[in-house]
Ligand binder design. Structure first.
Ligand SMILES: NC(=O)C1=CN([C@@H]2O[C@H](COP(=O)(O)OP(=O)(O)OC[C@H]3O[C@@H](n4cnc5c(N)ncnc54)[C@H](OP(=O)(O)O)[C@@H]3O)[C@@H](O)[C@H]2O)C=CC1
Ligand SMILES: O=C(O)[C@@H]1CCC=N1
Length: 274
């Protein structure tokens, strides 16, 4: 079961779909004319995606679904039912459904479609657009190993993949699905602080971006854990110690724990249709 010659349909054309489409095209495993995209009503968005990525965009769901080997669900979790119910009769058991929706279980999707159709649940992130996604994958009850191999192949074109238990998906959504946003939020705060400390925004942006890239690569390539890496920077009575003591006094770790807990709970709520 190779991806070559497989037609892949995106039901949903928002930022997550675009990040994945962009990454898949750069990965060159699947060609543009194997990628179909549709959405609810936003024609302008489809025209943009068609022009930018040369993918096939259309509002004719019936035709697109009948041609698709793999259908990627990429609408908001709370739009799942409204999206699927009117078109459920179009799905076939030999198609593979891949859902990237936060919170929604594979059982929920199978039940909605009402067929013993294979479903793989994936949680990627927007770094997919440059081939740096971290994607967790889990299979539903009708998916077999071959479906997982296919999903893995697809998501490996946009970054790294890992296979997990479905129970872990809420936590993963809170960590690596939402994770890039936490990093960007930190960078926004660092930039603001840099400007307040007298740097120009361009110098601040350049230095902070490289600092984040450097730290990420150190985590991956140095073989050392984050605590050791941090300690190597923290000279006794130096600047880092002064900065980190303020993070500690303001309960930075506790705030991060609460952030992840809040995101995980929201994923659970979305799963329950809240
Ligand atoms: N953004 C992210 O970083 C990540 C998001 N996800 C998941 O991806 C999903 C999409 O998120 P995101 O891209 O941010 O959301 P967006 O709001 O950007 O996009 C949602 C898309 O779904 C479309 N849609 C709505 N109803 C239907 C329908 N009935 N049929 C087909 N398409 C429909 C919308 O179309 P229209 O504009 O016409 O209404 C829109 O294109 C979510 O479930 C989210 O949990 C997962 C990982 C990361
Ligand atoms: O914010 C969200 O709900 C989605 C899921 C993971 C990232 N974005």
């Amino acid at each position: 079961m190779d991806l070559i010659n497989k037609s892949i349909l995106f039901l949903g054309a928002g930022s997550a779909a675009e990040a994945i489409i962009s990454g898949i095209i750069k990965g060159k495993v699947v060609s543009n004319n194997q990628l179909f995209v549709t959405n609810r009503e936003n024609e302008e968005r489809l025209s943009y995606l068609q022009e930018r990525y040369q993918v096939i965009c259309s509002r004719h769901k019936e035709e697109l679904i009948s041609k698709a080997d793999i259908i990627i669900l990429a609408m908001k979790p709370n739009d799942l039912e409204k999206s699927i119910l009117p078109i459920k009769a179009l799905f076939k058991e030999n198609q593979l459904i891949i859902s990237i929706l936060a919170g929604k279980s594979t059982d929920k999707i199978t039940d909605l479609i009402g067929l013993p159709i294979p479903v793989i649940r994936a949680m990627p992130n927007t770094s997919a657009s440059i081939g740096y996604a971290a994607t967790a994958l889990t299979k539903g009850k009708y998916a077999i190993e071959q479906h997982m191999i296919q999903a893995k192949q697809l998501f490996q074109t946009i970054g790294m993949t890992t296979i997990v238990k479905e129970d872990d998906m809420h936590a993963i959504t809170a960590i690596s699905g939402s994770g890039p946003a936490y990093i960007y939020y930190l960078v926004e705060a660092l930039e603001k602080a840099a400007i307040e400390a007298g740097l120009s925004s361009s110098v601040a942006r350049e230095l902070i971006t490289q600092t984040v890239i450097g730290a990420g690569n150190m985590l991956r390539l140095s073989g050392e854990d984050p605590e050791t890496l941090r300690q190597k920077i923290t000279s006794p009575n130096g600047t880092t110690e002064a900065g980190i003591s303020i993070l500690e006094n303001n309960h930075f770790r506790r705030i991060v724990m609460e952030c992840v807990k809040g995101a995980k709970e929201r994923s659970e709520e979305l799963g329950n249709g809240q």
